[in-house]
Design a protein around this ligand. Structure first.
Ligand code: ZN
Length: 278
């Protein structure tokens, strides 16, 4: 099933996407509520998905999880991206957070802040946690994932490298677009075999496959849940392949008016126009 958060009469609702249409789930809570109660709610959602939908083109989609409790992202997790970044392959997983306030809708503009002009894209597969969990083994990790969506780990490179850890450069407002919806894990199938790409103004910049992750999603969940409780709706950005603008020669950063599209096979695409912060 594909679950989206969308605006209905100006208020966010959880809907079910089928083809080019979205049906209201009939559920009054948030996406996090729906994920947390999924075992009870799933039959009703399946019923609702067979109802009459509204054309997707006529609704506004929000970030699927509008206010995740946590957003964690792994760095340096595709060999080709490590090489272009002139970094060594990490022995241990490298993690940083993205602020909750960086969440952005799948088609909303991405802002370039006045004091932070070196804005770059990073297309990533995003895993959405389904079950409250701690100390999950890699073998058990598939059981705690609710589903997957497309993400753009938008990064301001000057702030990223101004200190030894990257979270500020990763946390500007609008710099965590996700969507366009969550594809549940049962429908997504193997998350380690998906084509992943990013285009800027139609030009392909990143093109890879999630099979090239160095630390796979299960290892990532084992590591993160070894440190803290993961809760329904937590987002894990799983790393970006090569092709970021900072590694181009000459370096290319996003400018107002650029159109950035991030796409993963089977999960859909998100697309944003870059805009100067007001
Ligand atoms: Zn990233």
């Amino acid at each position: 099933m594909k679950l989206a958060t969308y605006l209905k009469d100006g208020a966010p609702r959880v809907g079910i996407v089928s083809g080019d249409a979205i049906a209201d789930s009939g559920f009054d809570g948030t996406m996090i509520d729906a994920i947390a109660r999924w075992d009870d709610l799933k039959p009703g959602f399946e019923q609702a998905s067979r109802g009459t939908g509204t054309p997707l083109s006529s609704v506004t989609l929000c970030a699927p999880v509008p206010r995740p409790g946590k957003i964690w992202a792994i760095g340096l997790n595709y060999a080709d991206h490590i090489a272009e970044s002139n970094m060594a392959k990490p022995e241990r997983q490298v993690w940083f957070t993205k602020a909750q306030t960086s969440v952005n809708g799948p088609y909303d503009p991405i802002l370039i802040a006045r004091n932070a002009p070196f804005v770059d894209y990073e297309v990533e597969l995003v895993a959405v946690i389904g079950k409250r969990c701690k100390h999950v083994s890699a073998a058990d990790a598939p059981g705690v994932v609710f589903g997957y969506c497309v993400g753009n780990d938008v990064t301001e490179r000057m702030w990223q490298h101004a200190g030894p850890q990257w979270s500020l450069g990763k946390s500007f407002d609008t710099h965590a677009p996700t969507g366009p919806w969550i594809t549940t894990a049962d429908e997504a199938g193997d998350p380690h075999g998906l084509g992943i790409r990013c285009t800027v103004n139609g030009e392909t910049r990143q093109e890879s496959n999630t099979r090239h992750l160095i630390f796979d999603i299960w290892q990532q969940i084992e590591h993160l849940s070894g440190a803290m409780t993961l809760e329904p709706g937590a987002l894990i950005f799983t790393g970006t392949p090569s092709g970021v603008g900072a590694a181009m020669d000459p370096r290319q950063f996003l400018k107002a008016g650029d159109i950035v599209r991030c796409e993963i096979d089977g999960l859909g695409a998100i697309e944003a126009t870059m805009a100067a912060e007001g």
